[in-house]
Design a protein around this ligand. Structure first.
Ligand SMILES: Cc1cc2nc3c(=O)[nH]c(=O)nc-3n(C[C@H](O)[C@H](O)[C@H](O)COP(=O)(O)OP(=O)(O)OC[C@H]3O[C@@H](n4cnc5c(N)ncnc54)[C@H](O)[C@@H]3O)c2cc1C
Length: 381
């Protein structure tokens, strides 16, 4: 059976996160950053100092050799304090780090993993295009062979944190005439490479995580930009998807628990008709349903983390955890807005920010519909 006891070492780490977040990015700083559309990049080196970014990497590459259960707990706790902190952690560890570890070249690992673990290397994934969203296999951005490397031409859209990333991991079609998941290669492109242009996109939420439309006009990179095997980009990306799904689920669970706690505190405090609104059964049931949804999502996440940590197959469970947790996050923030009413609707409220931010999680990095498709396929349907 799965053991839910949190090891002493992990408890100490979670306490250290509480102290670091209270000092470096307290709730008021998050409110201000959200209003000012600023990214708290300073958190990444602080996470590096605590060892958080080295957790799941083997000691042979300078990591701490912990398993994915610790990473999930850390991700969840960061998200409880600030969704953007968990997003920065997840992009660095789940996406950047695990991609480098699993299919980066020896040189890429040697030069980038130490910086990544210190919180001094930033990555952005450039996959989505205007006609290739859920259907990622429809990408048309291509890279042609040159004498010394590759020349990239095309456009990507909705790329998070692209402006501040050191590297863009760009999915490019490298086999002329290929379609779908075939003939795609991941190229590691330094952000400042000539020929790259970026235009900011306005959006409803995630104001601490800017989004960009990116043009690649004859962008030249060397052969050393190739991550993994040429033409195997999708196969490589699939091999690390369970890490980013676990990351998304942990991020959603942490924020969802914060939303429940905020709503409970408000309901106990707010008085109407001469009593706390928490004494009305209608409100109690709403709060009970919210906590149950978060607990269900947490179980799905911990189950997934255990499967990853013990090296078991987890395609269905990764889709399940992502689906359950992101839908729970939307459910609890919508319910939380109802419980808090005008107090939640005010821009100074953390509930409205989480309600706006929650919108992305059920379609970003594989929509709920796609997760259900995957689960059905795993069920043999
Ligand atoms: C704030 C933000 C940040 C993002 N960050 C990044 C990033 O860093 N890097 C990156 O590459 N992309 C990023 N994206 C893009 C994101 O991954 C896409 O929005 C997502 O893949 C969905 O694509 P789409 O928006 O084009 O929706 P569509 O693909 O047009 O989907 C629309 C609807 O149709 C449904 N649908 C589509 N196909 C099927 C199907 N086969 N079965 C059932 N239903 C289906 C979808 O589930 C959805 O409900 C970001 C987007 C946003 C808004």
């Amino acid at each position: 059976m799965i053991d839910f006891e949190i090891p002493e070492e992990d408890r100490a780490l979670l306490d250290a996160i509480d102290r670091m977040m209270a000092r470096e990015f307290p709730p008021e700083a998050y409110r201000q950053a959200d209003l000012a559309h600023q990214t708290p990049w300073h958190l990444l080196p602080r996470m590096g100092e605590l060892g958080l970014l080295a957790l799941p990497f083997p000691e042979a590459v300078g990591g701490l050799g912990k398993d994915w259960r610790s990473a999930a707990l850390v991700n969840e706790r960061l998200a409880y304090h600030a969704g953007i902190a968990a997003t920065l952690f997840g992009t660095t560890v789940s996406f950047g780090g695990m991609s480098l570890l699993n299919y980066g070249s020896g040189e890429q690992k040697r030069t980038l993993l130490p910086r990544l673990m210190e919180g001094r290397a930033r990555f952005a994934l450039a996959l989505t295009e205007s006609a290739a969203g859920t259907d990622a296999g429809a990408i048309t951005t291509h890279a042609r062979r040159t004498e010394s490397g590759w020349r990239i031409q095309g456009r990507k859209t909705w790329i998070s944190n692209a402006d501040a990333a050191d590297y863009l991991v760009v999915a490019c079609r490298t086999e002329a005439g290929s379609q779908g998941s075939k003939g795609v290669t991941m190229l590691l492109v330094p952000r400042g490479t000539p020929g790259i242009t970026m235009t900011g996109l306005d959006k409803v939420g995630h104001h601490c995580m800017p989004s960009y439309d990116i043009g690649f006009d004859e962008v030249e990179v060397g052969d050393d930009a190739v991550m993994g095997e040429v033409g195997q980009g999708f196969r490589h990306a699939m091999s690390t998807l369970h890490y980013s799904r676990a990351g998304q689920a942990a991020n959603a669970v942490g924020q969802a628990q914060r939303a429940v706690d905020l709503a409970v505190a408000h309901a106990k405090e707010r008085r109407q008709f001469g009593q706390a609104i928490s004494s009305f059964q209608a409100v109690q049931h709403k709060l009970a349903d919210m906590q149950v949804r978060v607990n269900q999502a947490r179980l799905a996440l911990y189950h997934l983390a255990w499967l990853i940590a013990t090296g078991r197959p987890c395609r269905l469970e990764a889709a399940q955890a992502k689906l359950v947790a992101t839908e729970a996050f939307q459910f609890v923030t919508r319910s939380g807005m109802q419980v808090m009413a005008s107090a939640g609707y005010a821009m100074e409220s953390d509930m409205q920010r989480m309600w706006r931010d929650a919108g992305l999680y059920t379609f970003g990095e594989g929509s709920s519909e796609l997760q259900r498709n995957l689960i059905a396929r795993e069920m043999g349907l």
